[in-house]
Design a protein around this ligand. Structure first.
Ligand SMILES: *Cc1c(COP(=O)(O)O)cnc(C)c1O
Length: 428
């Protein structure tokens, strides 16, 4: 599944030892595997072989230029949610004609930028936004390619902060209002109705909500093709990954013992489940995976600084925290925590916490872990998506460095910030 494994008692990313990387580049350190990015992209792409389709990687999951360049070289398109992400994709050699622009709050400057660069489609979240895009396109003397995002009102059964396909979420246009949105937009002179889009949520480990959404929306896509000659249907991202037991050699068999609805999806299962409703449409199918491609491709390497034994708890204090990986604090996200040098001691019940002045600053609570010792290195697994991209400098900690490994090669994909970088843009 991914490329992190122990070799001679040392945790490695492909053929590179994480301890060697920590020695050379310091901690905290994000380390990514090129092989995992390639394998994930290719496995999903090939699961849709025979269907006119395109994988548009959701840049927000991990937007490092080296990652984007790697995916662009594989032929990936990109799903962007801001002008800044478009800038990154272009800098990394991505093709704007394979970019879709999503998000509920696009500004005039962002819309102008996207139109001038010739992106494939702007995915529109309200009729009012379509009116505004029509006006901006008219001012530029251009035609804006658009798709409406439909909110299919299905329950993705994932964490409430990453559920997006229910009518109480801010995303998309209600299923019952979408036909009217197309009808009204079809009279706007500077728009081209190019597609239909949806995205119901993130970290879905069951195929059921995807099937429910695709089955519900496919007939609408067919009608829109007939009426407006749309050319694509984007079914969004959201495929979940393994966070638990990510490293154990028996991870696959561990998962197969779990109840079906909590097992991770394979690209083959996902494709097999949605293809029957999609194939008859004769539309180009867009996929927008973020976490699926990047999640298991990265780890966060941190150093244990102290052990603190209280009356009720043992705390392992490390040099990274919620400011650099916020998923545990924000989404109750689970990350496996393993020592970089394979443990020989017995597990103990611990909290792994960071240096930030917030009680929410923990990576785990009351977990049985072995080998987390002061001075030693620790890896937070499956941190490749929604990790570094959500990092801040809260408490004035400089941002970590990022490394992209390929085989036995390690590329410094982002330098560690310095104290001077922290204040560079400020006037004191
Ligand atoms: C975030 C997002 C994605 C990617 O979600 P993942 O769960 O990371 O696959 C895809 N499409 C849109 C519109 C998004 O906002």
């Amino acid at each position: 599944m991914h490329s992190f494994h122990y070799s001679k008692g040392q945790l490695c990313c492909e053929d590179v030892s994480l301890a060697d990387l920590a020695d050379e580049f310091g901690t905290p350190l994000y380390v990514y595997s090129s092989a995992t990015f390639r394998e994930r992209y290719t496995s999903l792409d090939s699961a849709f072989e025979g269907v006119d389709h395109e994988v548009a990687y959701a840049v927000k999951a991990n937007s490092n230029l080296a990652v984007l360049r790697l995916l662009a070289s594989l032929g990936s398109g990109f799903d962007i949610v801001s002008g800044g992400e478009l800038f990154r994709v272009l800098k990394a050699g991505g093709d704007p004609a394979k970019c879709t622009f999503a998000g509920v709050g696009k500004t005039r400057a962002e819309i102008e930028y996207a139109l001038k660069e010739g992106i494939y489609s702007i995915n529109v979240e309200s009729y009012e936004e379509a009116v505004f895009i029509n006006e901006v396109a008219g001012d530029l003397g251009l035609t804006a390619p658009i798709a409406f995002r439909v909110n299919p009102n299905v329950d993705a059964k994932t964490h409430k902060y990453i559920s997006t396909g229910k009518s109480e979420n801010k995303f998309g246009i209600d299923f019952d209002l979408i036909a009217e949105a197309y009808e009204r937009a079809s009279t706007l002179p500077h728009l081209k109705l190019k597609g239909l889009q949806m995205h119901i949520g993130s970290q879905l480990t069951s195929v059921v909500p995807f099937v429910e959404a695709v089955d519900k929306v496919a007939p609408l896509a067919a009608r829109l093709k007939e009426t407006y000659n749309i050319e694509f249907f984007s079914i969004g991202g959201g495929i979940g990954i393994i966070y638990e037991q990510a490293l154990a050699s028996g991870a696959e068999s561990w998962w197969s013992d779990q109840p079906e609805e909590s097992r991770p999806l394979t690209p083959t299962q996902y494709a097999a489940a949605v293809r029957p409703a999609l194939e008859p449409l004769g539309l180009k199918i867009l996929l927008e995976p973020g976490r699926f491609i990047a999640g298991n491709a990265g780890v966060l390497v941190t150093r244990c600084l102290y052990e603190k034994k209280g009356t009720t708890k043992t705390f392992k204090i490390v040099d990274s925290g919620m400011h650099q990986l916020i998923r545990p604090a924000l989404y109750q996200g689970h990350h496996e925590i393993v020592p970089v040098t394979e443990a020989t001691s017995a597990p103990e019940m611990v909290d792994v916490v960071g240096p930030i002045c917030e009680s929410g600053d923990f990576f785990c609570q009351n977990r049985e872990l072995a080998g987390i010792e002061p001075g030693g290195l620790v890896a937070l697994m499956s941190a490749g998506a929604y990790g570094m991209v959500m990092a801040s400098t809260y408490n004035s900690h400089p941002l970590p460095a990022e490394i992209l490994v390929d085989g036995d090669q390690a590329h410094l994909a982002r330098k560690r910030q310095s104290y001077q970088d922290l204040v560079e843009a400020e006037e004191g």
